[in-house]
Design a protein around this ligand. Sequence first.
Ligand SMILES: [Zn+2]
Length: 470
Amino acid sequence: MPELPEVETIKNLLKPQLVNRKIIRVDILREKTILGDPNVFKSSLEGEMFLDVSRIGKYLIFHLTNEIVFISHLRMEGKYFEYHKDEPSTKHARVIFYLDDDRKIIYDDSRCFGIMKLSNEKSYKNEEEISKLGPEPFDIKDVDYLIKKTKKSALPIKSVLLDQTIMTGLGNIYVDETLFRSKVHPLRKVNSITKDEWKKILDDSILVLNNSIKAGGSTIRSYHPGKGIDGNFQTELLCYGHKGEKCPECGHVFHFIKVGGRGTTFCPMCQVEKKDKLVIGVTGRMAAGKSALLEYVKSLGYPIISSDDIVEELYQSNGDIYQLISEKLNISFERNYVDKAVLREHLIKHPKDKSKLEKIVHPLVRKYINKWVNVQHGGLIFVEVPLLYESKMEEDFDFIIALDVNLDIQKERLKKRNESSYHDLLIINRNNAFDDYSHLVDFLINNNKDKEDLYRQIDKVINTLQHHLN
Ligand SMILES: [Zn+2]
């Protein structure tokens, strides 16, 4: 979806193509693209000349003779193309403006979310779409306006910056970029943002938009007729789109969450949000020391829970899990609980049922964990989930610690457990996608030495995490 800088670029591209050109004919190929009567739109524009093209927020405003104005919003996929009149039009052409110099301007829209609306010089600013827009960052002289507008709201700052009625111009991409530069966590409650932080956010949003508009300027220089005027250009984004990569400021891996349904990338170390309670996921390779970590943090007084224990408890409980496993996997257990030996036998015979089993177990474990987390008072809380990424639970945790171990030491440790489980575990371990996600974790602990070394590494992580607590 084009954002303000792209629309600004499109405006700058279109303007020299259109100004002082007369519209000979308008073909409306999709009537619903026009808000209002398409016939009136057509007859009002035909014979008029373009005087100017301007922009308000993400709306393009076309100014014509006789005070006629039409507004255009590109929404998801709207694009303008400039062709010779005899060239075949684009595949998704919706409205075509034939000009008096043998050219045609095509409005193309594959998804058909874009709109055009007829108006006039006197009233276009009062059109519903335009009048509800807040000022652009460039036009806000005093952040008191933003503070006043938002002081009663407890919404996340990200949602507020996306609200075009408060401030217009920042879409998903540029909100993430702005908050990253301002070092403000996207979930910070807006009424907790200080005046200095607001000043920084406003300055950074102007900087981010201006950088992007400048990058669009190079598109204008390379523009040639017949090319789509869609304003797409490479602009240097530090944060947005870098999910799973490392923060250029501090080297920590970017986090990705949903805020109000919108994908959001941020750096948890640069954009610190202090909380009363931090939920820490513990995962990692088999025999890398997850249990040792849990025992150690428990000895320090932190609440812990382990998914394996939860599964154990659920299996014994004769609850939903017993019912679901019996039905979906068609197993009859002799007693009123999930007998692990019977289950294992079944899975050896029906290996495909493993994913069915996971689909039953993972959501129930997740529910159990969330319930347990909710009743904890505060501070650091540790949850061990061996298949944390496989069960897509990343977003349940504020931070994730993973334990790694080199293969030889891992084998040694597994041998020390009993022989049969050693074999089983190696089979399971092959399916453990640790290498796929180890670069995504917040803290990777290599547990190849002794316990003292492990504890030292854990202490260091805890020390860092303490800075994120109120
Ligand atoms: Zn960072």
